[in-house]
Design a protein around this ligand. Structure first.
Ligand code: NAP
Length: 290
C-alpha cells in the first residue's frame, strides 16, 4: 500500500505557484488577488476561509477577506458580489458555503462573474467542464485529478466508482474521470443513496472515490484487492483529547481498508490540502486570463 501524500504534493504545487508569482512581481506587475466572502460565524467556515487567505499570503498573492454578519440579506450579499465582479484589482473570489438560510445559494452562484468564479460553481463553468472546454474545475475534483496525475496512477480503462453525486465533488469528478484525458478514460459509475447493491458495486471498482459525509462508511468488504481509494469525506466528531475539541473522520475505515489498497489517501493530509492548492491554481489562472 502506498499512501497518497496530499500535503507533500500540495506543497510542491504551492512552490511552483510561488515561483510564478515571483516572476510576475519581478516583471513589475501586481500579483494575483483572491477575495473570500464569509457570511456569518460558522466555526468550520471561518476556519476554511482563514486557511484560504493564509495560503494566498504564503504564495505571494494578494487577498481580501470580506466578512458579513449572519443576518445579511440576499440583496446585501448580491450587492457585494456586484462590487467584487467589477473590482479590477480582484482576479477571482469565492463565497464560502453554506450560507445562512435566508440566502438562496443558487442566486448567489448565478450572480458571480464566470471569469472570477474560481470555485467553478456557476453554470457557464459547469457547462464548460462537461464539454471539455477551458474552465475553472472545482477545487476538490481538481485536487484529486492532480494527485492521480502526480502519482502517475493508471486510470485508463479502469472501473471507477464515485460515491456521492454532489455538485462540488461527486458529479464533477465523475465527469473528469470519464473524459478522454490522462488521468481519465475510466469507466465511471456514479453511486448515491438510492444505488442498489452498493457493496458489490464498490467491490468491483479499481478506483473508489468516496464523498458522502458518512464516517468510516467504506469497509474492507467493499474494497477489491489492489484498489485505489480516495477518501474525500471530512466529518468533525467531538474529541476531548484534542485542543480543538474535535477531530476529522473520513468516509473510509482507513485501518480496515488500507492493507487491501494499492494507493489510499488518509482523511488528514490527503484530499484537503490538494483542494486548497487547487484554489490557488484557479486564482492564478483567473489572473493569467485577464
Ligand atoms: P453532500 O452534498 O453532503 O452529498 C452527499 C452525497 O452522498 C449525496 O449525493 C448522497 O446521495 C450521497 N450519500 C449519502 N449517504 C449515502 C449512502 N449511505 N450511500 C451512498 N451515497 C450516499 O456531498 P459533498 O458536499 O460532496 O460532501 C461529501 C463529504 O466530502 C463531506 O464529508 C464533506 O465534508 C467532504 N468534503 C471534503 C472536501 C475536502 O477538501 N476534503 C471538500 C468537499 C467536501 P443523495 O444525492 O442520494 O442524497
Amino acid at each position: 500500500m502506498q499512501l497518497l501524500n496530499g500535503t507533500a504534493c500540495s506543497q510542491k504545487i504551492r512552490q511552483e505557484i510561488a515561483l510564478e508569482v515571483e516572476a510576475i512581481v519581478a516583471a513589475g506587475k501586481r500579483p494575483p488577488h483572491l477575495a473570500a466572502v464569509l457570511v456569518g460565524d460558522d466555526g468550520a467556515s471561518q476556519n476554511y476561509v482563514g486557511m484560504k487567505v493564509r495560503d494566498c499570503e504564503e504564495v505571494g498573492f494578494g487577498s481580501t477577506m470580506v466578512r458579513m454578519k449572519a443576518s445579511t440579506t440576499e440583496a446585501e450579499l448580491l450587492a457585494k458580489i456586484d462590487e467584487l465582479n467589477s473590482n479590477d484589482a480582484i482576479d477571482g473570489f469565492i463565497v464560502q458555503l453554506p450560507l445562512p438560510s435566508q440566502i438562496n445559494e443558487n442566486n448567489v452562484i448565478l450572480a458571480i462573474d464566470p471569469k472570477k468564479d474560481v470555485d467553478g460553481f456557476c453554470p457557464e463553468n459547469v457547462g464548460n467542464l462537461s464539454l471539455g472546454l477551458p474552465t475553472f474545475v472545482p477545487a476538490t475534483p481538481n485536487g484529486i485529478m492532480e494527485l492521480l496525475r502526480r502519482y502517475e496512477i493508471e486510470t485508463e480503462g479502469k472501473h471507477c466508482v464515485v460515491l456521492g453525486r454532489s455538485n462540488i465533488v461527486g458529479t464533477p469528478i465523475a465527469v473528469l474521470m470519464s473524459r478522454n484525458t490522462n488521468p481519465g478514460n475510466a469507466t465511471v459509475t456514479l453511486a448515491h443513496s438510492r444505488t442498489k447493491n452498493l457493496k458489490a458495486l464498490c467491490a468491483s471498482a479499481d478506483i473508489l472515490i468516496v464523498a458522502i459525509g458518512r464516517t468510516e462508511f467504506l469497509t474492507a468488504d467493499m474494497v477489491k484487492d489492489g484498489a485505489v481509494v480516495i477518501d474525500v469525506g471530512q466529518t468533525r466528531v467531538p474529541d476531548n483529547t484534542r485542543k480543538s475539541g474535535f477531530r476529522n473522520v473520513g468516509d473510509v475505515d482507513f485501518e480496515q481498508v488500507k492493507d487491501k489498497c494499492s494507493y489510499i489517501t488518509f482523511v488528514t493530509g490527503g484530499v484537503g490540502p490538494m483542494t486548497r492548492a487547487s484554489l490557488l491554481q484557479n486564482t492564478l489562472k483567473a489572473y493569467q486570463r485577464r
